[in-house]
Design a protein around this ligand. Sequence first.
Ligand code: PEP
Ligand code: MG
Length: 875
Amino acid sequence: MAKKYVYNFHEGNGSMRELLGGKGANLAEMMNLGMPVPYGFTVTTEACNQYYADDEKISVGIIAEIMNHLRDLEEESGKEFGSPENPLLVSVRSGARASMPGMMDTILNLGLNDEVVEGLATLTNNPRFAYDSYRRFIQMFADVVMGLSKAKFETVIDEIKEAKHVKLDTELDTDDLKLMVKKFKEFYREQLHDDFPTDPKEQLILAVEAVFKSWENPRAQYYRKMNDIPSSWGTAVNVQMMVFGNMGETSGTGVAFTRNPATGENKLYGEFLMNAQGEDVVAGIRTPQTIDHLKDIMPKAYEQFVDITKKLENHYKDMQDMEFTIENEKLFMLQTRNGKRTASAALKIACDMVAEGLLTKEEAILNVDPSQLDALLHPTFDGAALKDAQVITRGLPASPGAATGKVVFNAEDAKLAANAGHRVVLVRLETSPEDIEGMAAAQGVLTVRGGMTSHAAVVARGMGTCCVSGCGDIKVNEEEKYFTVNGLKFTENDYISLDGSTGNVYGEEVRTVPAKIVGDFETFMSWADEFRKLKVRTNADTPRDAKKAYEFGAEGIGLVRTEHMFFDGDRIKAIREMIVSKTVEQREKALAKLLPMQRGDFEKIYEAMHGLPVTIRYLDPPLHEFLPTEEEDIIALANEMNMGVADLKAVISNLHEFNPMMGHRGCRLAISYPEIAKMQTQAVIEAAINVNERKPHYHIVPEIMIPLVGDKNELAYVKKIVKETADQIIADKGVELTYKVGTMIEIPRAAVLADEIAEEAEFFSFGTNDLTQMTYGFSRDDAGSFLQDYYDKKVYEQDPFARLDQKGVGKLVKMAATLGRQTRPDIKLGICGEHGGDPSSIEFCHKVGLDYVSCSPFRVPIARLAASQAAIRNK
Ligand code: PEP
Ligand code: MG
């Protein structure tokens, strides 16, 4: 049988959202529940996909099916499409599988032309209403279907209002509206060199096509990418008999939520306008009334509506966001969907619904989007202030949060200004380790280059600092301290604001409010912890990060990137000294400087984690991130090392690598310079002994992790140094201390040979940043520059550095986990790449049976919830 592309609302139900889209499925479901829903039909998401498969043409077959359903609709409604005597008008609205508010468009009052409008006027005995509907239709059709800007139409409306000396649309009479229709059509003809289409069937097909097309508009594409919605889902189109809220003072339209979407309060929340159509409520020209006023105006309709909202919430077991219209005192439901809500509202609603007995804990846990929790951990923008602020450009939402402050162009200025009590936003072409203190001092960081795993992004997320990266529209002149974007110029004293959750950049100060963690947050997280199988650790490089992560519920540290301990201040000098050393003596001298810093930090980190496991990764600095580039830094380093500047420059240039990401990094350094591994072992072991002495109940068991291993012999070589050094110290001190030595699996060869590597390794941690880089064969540093083309051309839909590529990289992870367990059944398996904080990647880790995920401190609560959801979903 041929595929069915169009479904009457009676034929659908709530479980068919893949085919009918969310709106279509819910309209059908409401109809099944006996609620007053205007008749209609849904053109399926498969029809949308077919439209694209047919080179953006609606096939003859699908058109015929639409026409058949239109005839059914005429029968059900007792009205006739295009008939002036008894006209059927319809709305045409998009409805994707996942709700994408505001991303695609709506057309109302379709089916009108010069004859039908007259018929409607006579039939309703309300010519004003008829012409009001007509002018709205022309405007929407021209905008959505033909791409004519709304603004010009608004100018026409304003001119007519001005001439009449009135302010509100409702003050215009029939003649004014007739004039408006005339002017709209003239404008249409002028712009498109064609008359406004008069055949309602032609209007309908054009409108359906416009909705299909809107699936690929830039707004929708962007929204899909941010929300992980594949383009293959397509959108459905709902064609529904119009009911009219603009029929006079006994009609109206509104939107409502079953609970307050901002606070979660269990009270019907919404607004409505009398004598209006949908867009009036959101357009803000007339101020809507709050929903409780409807009780006074139309008590019966209000009661019926309240009753329906309760039924819907109980039915869907979630807070509902609904649209309704009242036509001559008769209520109609036009939409219901699970309502979007703030993070704190989400938690309150989840906790309340469990208390009310509406949801089980498991259901409540599944109702909260893990990534939303992030908003509770950072300051946020004041909603009203943000609404009025102007977006000047947009970059990648690299690290969430709300930042507002004066622009600075280097780390030093950021520090100085912050010390003087100013809030600043650091704007850089890209960041390097020298910027770290400036990044910490700044409210937020904006970079021109770099992707989601660029230095700026990773470090900012780790610190919980808001960051927008890869903002290519901006032209920065760091020397002269200004930047330009879209014709605007910003210098040092100008304010900007960044929204790290959307990537939006605002050209002004936007008020922020501090984040509040309410009691529901704790209750909810404790429920989440009951169900998860995966442990959640953190990636923390400093005692400060470790402390924060512990507060957020981290159950250990999965990755201390030891080179990151040397980013700031004087420390970077010591590590640079170590890197450019030409002799063992020079290097040992530099390492001797690093030893006490490292030992001290390890002690503080162990203490911050209260005896929970800590995995310390040995040095893995891609050299280019650490070598000095500024003349003054080179001179200072040369002086420190008693070297000539030219000599040092020669060393630096010798160290230059064409592809540092695949260069002298990781265990390769320890193989060339075993003294590095010795020093680090000394620091790890001595710190553990010292802390165990102070806090015997901690029983610290250090986990030493060797990075970038591709062969068992590499690991064996470094492990030997570790063991000799550690055992000697332990024996000398006469204490008992156990420790573990393991490795990262971040090179494809290591994954393939994981059974061999497990002979040496007591644990594996998947370094999926490098594993992604090496599996795809593109550099983490450079991929950002061309991956955008991949997304634009739909070669890829997602950034594989942000979301684990389960098919390819994931296959290696799975294989390595199986092989590792074959050799060593009790081997501990974790992940510490950036994917460890990404909900869909966490679900994958759960399925593969890893023991833990490790992520930056501010992602720990997100990971706890995602792990819990994964366990519940895959029971
Ligand atoms: C990784 O490669 O996934 C990892 C965690 O290490 P890094 O990001 O420091 O290379
Ligand atoms: Mg790595």
